[in-house]
Design a protein around this ligand. Structure first.
Ligand SMILES: Cc1cc2nc3c(=O)[nH]c(=O)nc-3n(C[C@H](O)[C@H](O)[C@H](O)COP(=O)(O)OP(=O)(O)OC[C@H]3O[C@@H](n4cnc5c(N)ncnc54)[C@H](O)[C@@H]3O)c2cc1C
Length: 389
């Protein structure tokens, strides 16, 4: 799938942006993470600061009020954020995938109406694809949109929707023709704003990834103007939804790098402070092997993400590169958080150390934006397609 080529921010501009993100994380996020996370509190004040930094418009073009950053710079921002608190990256990411669908496939009117409001963060939201009975097999969605004059009437349920409670607008995948074959020809993507007929039925409780709201959304005779059909033509919804997932996968991979790097940071600090048998544990070979394995995976993950982001910015097809980065970096996050926990001994199991949060956050990454099983299938199919016998 081709993506629009994006200008890479010149080195100086990128350095300035990354520097301001670092200062924000140090000053406004780090001191409060443990409290907000353990109590599962939506970080409303932090979100206001993210709005002021322009992060909700990170990859929205400047002509619509966004920062117009390249995927490379954006993924480096996401890595930094996830190194401090992964949940914050989810608040921006699914919002930006929705924005990216409008930027790439929306009508000129949809771009003019929505992108500036998305860029400021005044109108925030995400992606509503998954249903109680299907996630990987998106062509099985049951939510329907029936045309009635200049409106569609939508009925169905979406689940696991990030930003579902705090967000106001969602890219909503539905069937406009449930009988179509192949099934994707009957699928369409709408920009659905909350209103009569669109309700949140419940907040979902999770192992980790706390602070950000995950919710079930119910559509009951929800009337939406036909002008909210992305691109204005029925039958392209799956293509529009999956088009955004390359960016989403690079983002999730970048989160993996951030979590794995945080696990390394914690392990390095702890292993130098903790002594057993008369020396710091970092001087025991068993610990050194773990540190080396963690650090090597962090670095390899970072390079895979950079390569996938560069391909995305060049406008190249990069589902295989994004899939490889997502697969490797997210498995690295799971591996590194557990190894770091082992290095911490009993304290790794304590809520007073950060590593227990990393250990709870990391597994989500192997599931979201296409499970790692699915990534392997995508990679293998692309290998064969790009190397015909
Ligand atoms: C915290 C959280 C946040 C989320 N946020 C969002 C969101 O904002 N928006 C949204 O739409 N969704 C969201 N999701 C849903 C997520 O994208 C899905 O959970 C994911 O796509 C997997 O779908 P599923 O849970 O239905 O699993 P299933 O599709 O039922 O898969 C179950 C298992 O079978 C495997 N499997 C399925 N098909 C195949 C196959 N063909 N070959 C091999 N193995 C296969 C899977 O890899 C998995 O191991 C979120 C989920 C979580 C947990």
């Amino acid at each position: 799938m081709m993506v629009d080529a994006v200008e890479t921010a010149p080195g100086d501009a990128e350095a300035m942006i990354l520097d301001s993100v670092d200062r924000f994380l140090e000053r406004d996020v780090k001191p409060d993470v443990r409290r907000l996370e353990h109590d599962d509190i939506y970080p409303a004040e932090i979100v206001e600061k993210m709005k002021a930094l322009g992060l909700f418009g990170a990859i929205i073009p400047a002509e619509y009020g966004g920062l117009g950053l390249s995927c490379r710079t954006y993924s480096r921002i996401i890595e930094r954020i996830s190194r401090v608190w992964m949940s914050l990256s989810g608040i921006i990411n699914s919002h930006l995938i929705m924005a990216s669908a409008v930027r790439r496939f929306g009508t000129p009117e949809q771009k003019r109406e929505f992108l500036p409001r998305f860029a400021t963060g005044e109108l925030r939201g995400g992606l509503a694809l998954t249903e109680p009975d299907c996630g990987t097999d998106l062509q099985a969605v049951r939510t329907t949109a029936r045309r009635e004059g200049e409106h569609y009437v939508i009925n169905g349920t979406k689940t696991w929707i990030s930003n579902g409670i705090e967000g106001q607008c969602f890219a909503l995948l539905v069937k406009t023709d449930p009988q179509a074959t192949p099934r994707h020809r009957g699928m369409s993507l709408f920009l659905a704003e909350k209103g009569p007929g669109f309700s949140v039925s419940r907040k979902l409780e999770k192992l980790g990834y706390k602070g950000i709201d995950s919710a079930e959304l119910v559509f009951q005779d929800y009337r939406i103007p036909a002008a909210r059909l992305i691109g204005g033509v029925e039958g392209r919804g799956l293509q529009h939804a999956l088009g955004g997932l390359e960016l989403g996968r690079i983002n999730v991979a970048a989160r993996g790098v951030g979590v794995a790097q945080a696990a390394l940071d914690e392990a390095l600090a702890y292993s130098q402070a903790r002594h057993t048998f008369g020396k710091p544990i970092c001087e025991h070979q068993a610990i050194q092997i773990k540190l080396a394995d963690i650090a090597t995976r962090v670095q390899a993950s970072r390079l895979l993400v950079a390569e996938a982001a560069a391909a995305y910015d060049r406008g190249e097809r990069c589902d295989m590169e994004a899939g490889m980065a997502k697969l490797f970096a997210t498995e690295a996050a799971v591996f590194c958080s557990l190894e770091s926990m082992r290095i911490h001994g009993g304290y790794g199991y304590s809520k007073e150390f950060n590593v227990e949060r990393l250990y709870r956050d990391a597994p989500l990454l192997v599931i979201g934006e296409g499970t790692n099983e699915l990534q392997r299938l995508i990679i293998a199919r692309q290998l064969v397609e790009r190397n015909p016998a």
